[in-house]
Design a protein around this ligand. Structure first.
Ligand SMILES: Nc1nc2c(c(=O)[nH]1)N[C@H]1C(S)=C(S)[C@@H](COP(=O)(O)O)O[C@H]1N2
Ligand SMILES: [Mo]
Length: 199
């Protein structure tokens, strides 16, 4: 039965492998802000305390790294992404969203993929505040995309019109990264964002 729910060429393992391309940063909650910027009517800036006062929802979803490992049923709790879109009054021309991290990591996601009800900015993982190594204070969770899109130590969400590469996209990874369509590298997988052949 579980076979049906296993994304192509992923293998379930028990424990997370922690990735930190630039090392695990120090987080100072006195100066930490989560900003919402770009093509919005209202730019936003939240302290951690303010983030913790926003409405939250809980999701239980599998977590998939593009290198082939997956973790079953992780419980995350955080701010519905749609709420942030509403609060910021995102403009119509927006097609992409860039996520920035404290350590300099970036990832880009199609705006439409962030409209699903199970997309959140997670503040809690398995019932506890996000552990530092897993991205404290905040990281976006987009369950149907590979986990490189889930930028740990999130500091800014920028709504933009035109595509630009984030950290892994610059290194050949896919613009969207849909797990079910196996969009690992640019030009692979789903039909939507396939790079046009250069003639
Ligand atoms: N800031 C930052 N976020 C990141 C990464 C990173 O190196 N730095 N690695 C990504 C990758 S490739 C994966 S698979 C997940 C791993 O999440 P974990 O470290 O909580 O297991 O974090 C993603 N987010
Ligand atoms: Mo990954």
């Amino acid at each position: 039965m579980q076979e049906v729910q296993r994304p192509p060429n992923q293998k379930y393992i028990k424990n997370f492998i922690v990735y930190a391309e630039f090392g695990i940063p120090e987080v100072n909650l006195e100066t930490y802000r989560l900003k919402v910027s770009g093509e919005v009517e209202n730019s936003l800036s939240f302290t951690y305390e303010e983030l913790m006062k926003l409405p939250r929802k809980e999701i239980v979803e599998d977590f998939h790294c593009v290198t082939g490992w997956s973790i079953k049923s992780v419980k995350w709790e955080g701010i519905p992404f749609k709420l942030l879109i509403e609060m910021a009054k995102v403009k119509n021309k927006v097609n992409w969203v860039m996520f920035y991290s404290l350590d300099g990591y970036t990832s880009i996601i199609p705006f439409e993929d962030l409209l699903k009800d199970n997309v959140i900015v997670a503040l809690f993982m398995n019932g506890e505040k996000l552990p530092l190594k897993h991205g404290f204070p905040a990281r976006p969770i987009i369950p149907h995309l590979y986990a490189w899109k889930s930028a740990k130590w999130l500091t800014e969400i920028e709504f933009i019109k035109d595509y630009v590469d984030g950290y892994w996209e610059e290194r050949g990874y896919h613009e969207r990264g849909n797990v079910w369509e196996e969009e690992r590298f640019k030009g692979q997988g789903g039909k939507h964002l396939r790079r046009r052949p250069v003639l």
